[in-house]
Design a binder for this molecule. Structure first.
Ligand SMILES: Cc1ncc(COP(=O)(O)O)c(C=O)c1O
Length: 292
């Protein structure tokens, strides 16, 4: 199913499975849209908290326990936004197996698959699972403003999702579909350039971040950094506001992605010189913050 952006594919996937009182399981930290959509559909969310200190690993006992509540959906995002974590293959397969055992669909958001610096398992490789796969032209092809994405699932699920597209936006405009087709038939080396560029941004910005009192895991993919202020009293909500007002730099507070009051997310969606300047300003404010 072709949708106006990957976001609409996620929206349609969630609305095709979640009705009043239905449950969805979402590992934390998460892209906020999963939680927003589930609640809008009248559903309930059970979060599985993961920690930087555990390298963002999903606790399988906790997952099994949560799956006992018979959720309709388990929502995965690998490579992840905001952590850049890639779920290792064995773990991914085990998660899919546990979900299948309980009759839970896996919604696998793989929009960052083209920005992966190690092997990233796709739900499409796991045949014995009920899944909805989501991808987008926004990241790999740099076509964010064109608004085109897609989903793959079984016929019944796709026909429910298709109804949602049909009664809301009708379809993705034909000229945008043609542009996406053109992107698919172009020499793919062009797009490897974007992935290489993102890898370079991660490497250079990480080196700059290492100078300051914060901890983070080096992203394995995606386009974000999700550091944690080392001071226990570090309040990222206040920090983010101050940073914008005093240093003209915009980052997202950790609490947008779950229970992460000490974290913040840096997007690497701009050029390297601006990113390095931005991180320098983040670091300066962190050092001043510590002295308070
Ligand atoms: C995790 C994740 N999924 C899906 C999307 C949707 O992207 P788009 O709607 O531009 O295809 C985004 C965009 O930032 C994202 O971060």
């Amino acid at each position: 199913l072709i949708t106006p952006g990957g976001k609409f594919a996620v929206f349609a996937a969630i609305f095709s499975k979640i009705s009043l009182g239905d449950r969805a399981v979402i590992p934390e930290p998460f892209w906020p849209i999963y939680d927003n959509c589930t609640r809008l559909a009248g559903g309930r969310v059970d979060f599985i908290h993961t920690r930087l200190e555990d390298n963002w690993r999903i606790n399988m006992d906790k997952l099994e326990e949560t799956l006992e509540l018979s959720p309709k959906l388990l929502i995965l995002c690998s490579p992840g936004n905001p952590t850049g974590k890639i779920i290792p293959e064995a773990e991914y397969r085990e998660i899919a197996r546990l979900a299948q055992k309980k009759g839970t669909y896996v919604l696998s958001d793989e929009v960052y698959a083209a920005y992966a610096w190690k092997t990233s398992t796709s739900i499409l490789e796991i045949t014995d699972t009920n899944y909805i796969y989501v991808n987008s032209f926004s990241k790999k092809f740099g076509m964010t403003g064109w608004r085109i994405g897609y989903a793959v699932s079984d016929v019944e699920t796709i026909s429910r999702m298709q109804k949602l597209v049909q009664i809301s936006v009708t379809c993705v405009p034909a000229f945008i579909q043609r542009a996406a087709l053109q992107a698919l038939t172009m020499n793919q080396d062009v797009f490897d350039f974007f992935a290489q560029e993102m890898k370079e941004r991660i490497s250079l910005t990480s080196k700059e971040l290492d100078k300051y009192p914060l901890s983070y895991t080096r992203p394995e993919g995606g386009m974000y950094l999700f550091p944690k202020g080392d001071q226990e009293t570090f309040d990222s909500n206040r920090f983010v506001k101050h940073l914008l007002l005093k240093k003209n730099v915009s980052i997202a507070p950790g609490e947008a992605f779950g229970n992460y009051p000490q974290h913040f997310r840096i997007s690497l969606g701009t050029n390297i010189s601006e990113l390095l300047e931005g991180i320098k300003r983040i670091g300066e404010l962190m050092l001043q913050w510590q002295e308070r």
